[in-house]
Design a protein around this ligand. Structure first.
Ligand SMILES: Cc1cc2nc3c(=O)[nH]c(=O)nc-3n(C[C@H](O)[C@H](O)[C@H](O)COP(=O)(O)OP(=O)(O)OC[C@H]3O[C@@H](n4cnc5c(N)ncnc54)[C@H](O)[C@@H]3O)c2cc1C
Length: 288
């Protein structure tokens, strides 16, 4: 493993200016569960690691007037144990509870998970389905964008040099909204997903008409994606088993599944067809 200098700035602006001044030789490090693996495997060899761990205020979860904010340094374990998340956003509990092991979840952050941008990132798929935005700060100032548009390819995002992810903002959801996520794996523990499926459903006053449907799919395509054609199957209609099956079929056709070492495209498509209706049913139970 190559040698590097470990820098510990105490503020966001100090961290950004360190990254800018050391340019390509520097990397941010949060929990280090992705960065350190890449360094050990010789995939990257930064001379400077700029730690975010001394920066105050980025490890908070706040829920006010229906809007959820999650700081980029919030760990998966903090999300897993948060009563607010469990009650109001159980889709996030579904996702983080099965990431790595407790030891990994204790240090690995939601910000690092998303910036790492691998197609199998469990944190990204439910956040996209919830309509999350990301707040970024860099040498040119701050900007906010939809998380859905943040990814441009495996391991690639729209982050500019020196830019830091500060927080995720989930706008208020309509009443009677529920959402659920499943990570489909070959075994229970310490496994990256073969595919990840998230579904959000909002119900009208009769509790049976779908006013909003969102489907988030991960691992299948090079970046996490929404299956918008499949979503339109349900929107504005009374939900029936027949329509749920139709939505699953439409999602399987839309999902851009690939072959990889963990699974073949045909199997992934079949599982999308099964898991989309299954998550929709759970989302409806939660919505009610
Ligand atoms: C044994 C093991 C099991 C795992 N299992 C899973 C799993 O089941 N599901 C899953 O999704 N992942 C899994 N992972 C991957 C990893 O744990 C997660 O992606 C984790 O959330 C990364 O967060 P981190 O804080 O450790 O990131 P780091 O390694 O610190 O950083 C990751 C990347 O993000 C950048 N970065 C970090 N924070 C910021 C920020 N705020 N702003 C800008 N850039 C930033 C870093 O420069 C780096 O490029 C596993 C890893 C291991 C080692």
């Amino acid at each position: 493993m190559n040698k590097f200098e470990y820098l510990t700035p105490g503020s966001i602006d100090e961290a950004i200016s360190l990254l800018v001044s050391h340019g390509e030789q520097a990397r941010f490090i949060a929990g280090g569960t992705d960065v350190m693996v890449k360094i050990k495997e010789g995939k990257i060899s930064p001379q400077y690691l700029v730690s975010l761990r001394r920066i105050q205020g980025l490890d908070r979860i706040t829920f006010q007037n229906g809007e959820l904010r999650i700081g980029s340094l919030v760990t998966h374990r903090m999300l897993e144990l948060s009563p607010i998340i469990r009650k109001e956003f159980p889709i996030l509990t579904d996702a983080v509870t099965h990431i790595g092991s407790v030891q990994i979840r204790n240090v690995a952050t939601i910000g690092g998970n998303v910036v790492n941008a691998v197609p199998s990132a469990d944190g990204a798929i439910p956040l996209i389905t919830l309509g999350a935005q990301v707040r970024l700060r860099g040498p040119k100032g701050e900007r906010t964008m939809d998380l859905e548009h943040f990814f441009i390819g495996p391991g690639q995002t729209l982050l500019e040099p020196g830019e830091m992810l500060l927080e995720f903002i989930v706008p208020k959801l309509p009443d009677h909204t529920g959402a659920a996520y499943v990570k489909h794996t070959r075994r229970e523990a310490m496994e990256l997903p073969l595919l990840g499926v998230a579904v959000l459903i909002s119900l009208g006053g009769d509790l049976s008409t779908c006013t909003e449907a969102r489907i988030g799919l991960g691992v299948l395509a090079p970046t996490p994606m929404r299956a918008r054609s499949a979503e339109s199957v349900l929107k504005g209609k009374k939900i029936t088993e027949e329509l749920l099956a139709k939505m699953g079929k439409a999602a399987a056709e839309e999902c851009r599944a690939r072959d990889s070492i963990r699974g073949e495209a045909w199997y992934r498509r079949e599982m999308v067809e099964v898991l989309v209706p299954r998550m929709a049913r759970l989302a409806m139970v939660r919505a009610k």
